[in-house]
Each structure stands twice: as C-alpha cells, then as structure tokens.
Design a protein around this ligand. Structure first.
Ligand code: ADP
Ligand code: MG
Length: 366
C-alpha cells in the first residue's frame, strides 16, 4: 500500500497516559485502568526531497537519516530512534511503504517518568508514516507494542499503546488485556488525579522489568496455566514455587481484583474506597512486586499525610517515575504546594506536579 508523495506539512499527535491502577497486569493479560493525558508527542511531517527518511527529536536536538531502501533491514541501535524504526518495520511487514519524510518530533510527555513517552512516540510515528492511510486502531496499537517488545527489546504489554490510541475525554478506560475489550469508567467530579514526578529513574528499571516478566511466567508454569490472568489466590498460596515468585504472583492476582474494585468505587463516587485501594496497590507493588524505590515511597507516605489526599501509589513500570494521587478538588492547590515542599526538603528536588485530565486518543491535528 503506497502513500501519495507527501506534498504538505501534516501534524500527528499521540498522548501519554497515567495508569490509575493495575500495574504490571497488562503483560499478564489482566486488567488496567489508564487515562490518556493532555501531555502528548507531536510529529510534524514534511516532504523529504532527497528521498531519505529523516527523524529529528527536538528534545535531543538530534537528527538521524537513512535511505528509504535501508529502513526494512536496520537493526536496533539502543538509540531513541529505535522506537520509530521499529514502528516503520512493523508497517512495512504489514504491507505499507514508508514515504520519504522528515519527521520532527516534539513532546510534552516527560521521558522515563512512567507516563509512557515511548508509546506516545510509537503511536505518533505510526500515524506519521501512515499519512492518513487507513489502518484499524487496534492493529496500530498491536504493531506499536510489537515494535517496543521485538525491536526495542522491552517486553511490554498492550496498555500504553492502546491507551494512547483509545483514550477518551472525561473518563478512564478499563481494559481487559486478554480480550482487548474496554469500557469507560466515569471518574468522580469532586476529586482530581495528580501525578507527582519524582524526577528520578533508577537504571535497575529495565532489567527488573524483564525479570518480573520472567518471574510471572515461572509462576504460571508452576500453576499449570498460560498466564497469571487465570491464577487463583488459593492455588498461588498452596502450589510449590520459589517464595519470590509467589510474591510476584500474589501482586498480580490481588492487583487485578483491585482494578475491578476501584472501577466500581469510582462509579459509585466512593473516594474513601478508591484511596484505600491506591494505598493497598502501592503496598503490594512495594512489598510483593518489589518495584518501588525510596524516592517513590517517600512521595506516597508524604502524600497520604496531606489533608484532602485520599490515597497515593506509584504508577508505571517502577524504580522511579511518578506517583498518582487522588485529591479532593478543593485541596488540589494545597496538596501541590505541600508535596513539592516536602520533597524539596527531604530530597532537594522540585517534583513536577501534573493534573491528570482524561484526554482523547491519538489523531491528526487539522
Ligand atoms: P516512559 O515510556 O515511561 O516515558 P520508557 O523508558 O519506556 O519510559 O521510554 C523512554 C524512551 O523513549 C526515551 O529514553 C527515548 O529513547 C524514547 N523517547 C520518548 N520520547 C522521546 C522524544 N521526544 N525524543 C526522543 N526519544 C524519545
Ligand atoms: Mg514506556
């Protein structure tokens, strides 16, 4: 499928996301509850008269260029452009050609903060390469996920790419990562979700993520099932397996349950229960899944001591990045000031506080 030669400037956008609850459950084919954010990655495309593909990241002030004929055989370089090339190769395998373009990448999604700048970059790249050619959104989500897992080498689930494409204004999306069916979950009007960026990312993160994926596979094997989605807590507790692996499975089983309970509490406007589930989720991530770190634990403990905060938890892959906090609408300003002050005092770092307002999924900017 060929694109008409690009003659004009076009701009495509894809949002980052914050996951409210359901952490590391996506690659275990369970449940997640993300919202797409107003923070987004934009790619402006212009024709490339020299017939090459050029990709420029404004954040890096760096450009990479390749002859079009080389794109299908490039190997991963451990470079940011891998995310874009991985998507290009997936599209080529799907029968689309890659037009000669300049891609100018600009983003307001902080990188490595657990708000999925990677999926935002992948999805915006897919739309940029497609140049309006039709491809089912679920297909786009799947091929962007494959780009990240197979080309970049990060064995991620489908949540980030799905949310970037299917985000909706005014609601969270509860996604079943096995059936890929989703439903909108309304959020209480008298409270806000705030992400607090710890501004740290520990290098342990990537390798620990892979280890968690392997530990979950080991637990499934011990239980005689294909994914932890089908695990029952009783069997997890009774079946012989290494204790570390058991703890990982306990997190996944209880976290899936918490997603269901959180969605029900949100529908009922039950802020106290939502906050309680945030705290339990964080404890489970910290103790059983072992993906938190001192900076994040500090932010969670400090947050729940601030008046008007119902609960807090780490969000994203772990080992740094952001917490997500449920705060009474009237307390947002006071909370933001208090958490910044507490973190500055304790760690000497000014954390970024981000209002998480549900935004719509990716598309072209007209
Ligand atoms: P997260 O998705 O939580 O932000 P990841 O580690 O999954 O963290 O993805 C971050 C990586 O994505 C960056 O290290 C970089 O390689 C790439 N990336 C994201 N946004 C950009 C951008 N605007 N320009 C260049 N690379 C980017
Ligand atoms: Mg990512």
């Amino acid at each position: 499928m060929s694109a008409a030669p690009a003659e004009e400037t076009r701009t495509f956008r894809a949002p980052g996301r914050v996951n409210l609850i359901g952490e590391h459950t996506d690659y275990n084919l369970g449940f997640v509850l993300p919202i797409a954010l107003e923070l987004e990655t934009r790619i402006r495309t212009t024709p490339s008269p020299d017939g090459q593909l050029h990709i420029h990241s404004a954040a890096r002030d760096e450009t990479r260029s390749w002859p079009l004929a080389d794109v299908s055989s490039l190997r991963p370089q451990g470079h940011w452009s891998d995310y874009v090339i991985g998507v290009a190769q997936q599209l080529i395998q799907r029968g689309f050609d890659i037009p000669a373009l300049h891609l100018h990448v600009e983003s307001t999604v902080p990188e490595g903060a657990g708000l999925s700048s990677s999926a935002a970059l992948e999805v915006a790249s897919a739309l940029a390469f497609l140049q309006g050619r039709d491809l089912d959104r679920l297909e786009i989500a799947r091929l962007c996920q494959r780009a990240e897992s197979d080309f970049v080498g990060m064995p991620c689930g489908i949540m980030d790419q799905y949310c970037s494409l299917f985000g909706q204004e005014g609601a969270a999306t509860k996604l079943d990562c096995r059936s890929l069916e989703s439903e909108a979950v309304p959020l209480p009007e008298n409270a806000a979700f705030l992400a607090v960026n710890s501004m740290v990312k520990h290098s342990l993160g990537q390798s620990a993520y892979r280890t968690r994926v392997e530990e979950c596979a080991e637990a499934s094997k011990a239980l005689g099932i294909t994914s932890l989605r089908d695990a029952k807590l009783d069997s997890v507790l009774a079946t012989p397996m290494p204790e570390t692996v058991r703890k990982r499975a306990i997190h996944i089983v209880t976290e899936n349950r918490r997603v269901e309970e959180f969605a029900a509490a949100s529908r009922a406007g039950d802020l106290a229960s939502m906050g309680h589930l945030f705290r339990r989720s964080h404890r489970s991530m910290s103790q059983d899944y072992a993906i938190s770190c001192p900076e994040i634990d500090f932010l969670v403990d400090a947050a729940v001591a601030i008046p008007g905060c119902y609960g807090a938890r780490m969000t994203g892959g772990g080992f740094g990045g952001c917490t997500v906090n449920l705060v009474a609408s009237g307390a947002v300003k006071g909370f933001s000031e208090a958490i910044r002050e507490a973190y500055r005092k304790a760690r000497g770092i000014d954390p970024q506080v981000i209002a998480c307002v549900p935004a719509r999924g990716a598309g072209e900017i007209q």
